[in-house]
Design a protein around this ligand. Sequence first.
Ligand code: NAI
Length: 304
Amino acid sequence: SSPRGTSGAEAVAPSRTVAVIGAGTMGQGIAQVALLAGHRVRLYDVAADQAEAGAATILTRLERLVEKGRLDESTRGAAALRLERATDLAELADSALVVEAVVERLSVKQELFGALEEIVADDCLLATNTSSLSVTAIAGALRLPGRFVGLHFFNPAPLLPLVEVVSGFATDEDAATRAYETAKAWGKTPVRCADTPGFIVNRIARPFYAEALRVYEERGADPATIDAVLRESGGFRMGPFELTDLIGQDVNEAVTRSVWESFFQDPKFTPSLAQRRLVQSGRLGRKSGQGWFPYAEGTERPEP
Ligand code: NAI
């Protein structure tokens, strides 16, 4: 069978409204992508000031794209007019697609989709941007789980082309195909996959971090050396230590933990004690000014 499926379902039309729930890092990025693909986008967050701040950030980014010559002014102006903030879930009623990017907590996502299903039409496509929770588990609370799919963007969403389109147990072929075609229409490179822990990228990347941490823990080499080796002879853009400083040590550790637990604590995925210590001491990476490496304000590269 073809990887994109055979249902013949089409992308969500640009004339239809897309709702984005959660106006944080990922929600802002996804909203920007949908906006530039021509949709009216309604941005909602439980924290009203965050919805406001998220929308303001998107508008500023669009202006920067114009300054850099990557977007023309009339496209920016039209896109800005299509960006709306919602202060109540009920305002999302006419959405054709909802993409959820709220905190990575199963009960929060289940509750949210349960409430949402009472509001949107039965043919509204429901998607989660979860990076490590089970799509099947989130859909467990739904009346119509067939239209529920994982739509996993990577950070920063406007720049990175890959999107994992994840089918849970109950996801029907039509929903997965619609999500796939929509991501493609948004200029992304979607791939279809099933609901296995960590999906494709976050699972296969685990040993990249874990083995590097083990070499460090065994005093095989220091982080700067391991990073340099992987950059220079492995061809990676960043080594595992500088990359986890960028992602956030807490975020990276949480994904490792989730994949490990999902595989019934398979030792292959055991979290690292050294990384645990880093998180416990608040050395979260760039965002805290210190992780494996120190970061002065505005540092582009780590100073080993
Ligand atoms: P974030 O913390 O930047 O934003 C989350 C937002 O959701 C916050 O503004 C919060 O106020 C809001 N929120 C919390 N509960 C809510 C609710 N019940 N209803 C509406 N809004 C609510 O988080 P981030 O990093 O954007 O992550 C969001 C999701 O995207 C998570 O599931 C995460 O696993 C996933 N993800 C994160 C990536 C990353 O690199 N940060 C990459 C890919 C996926």
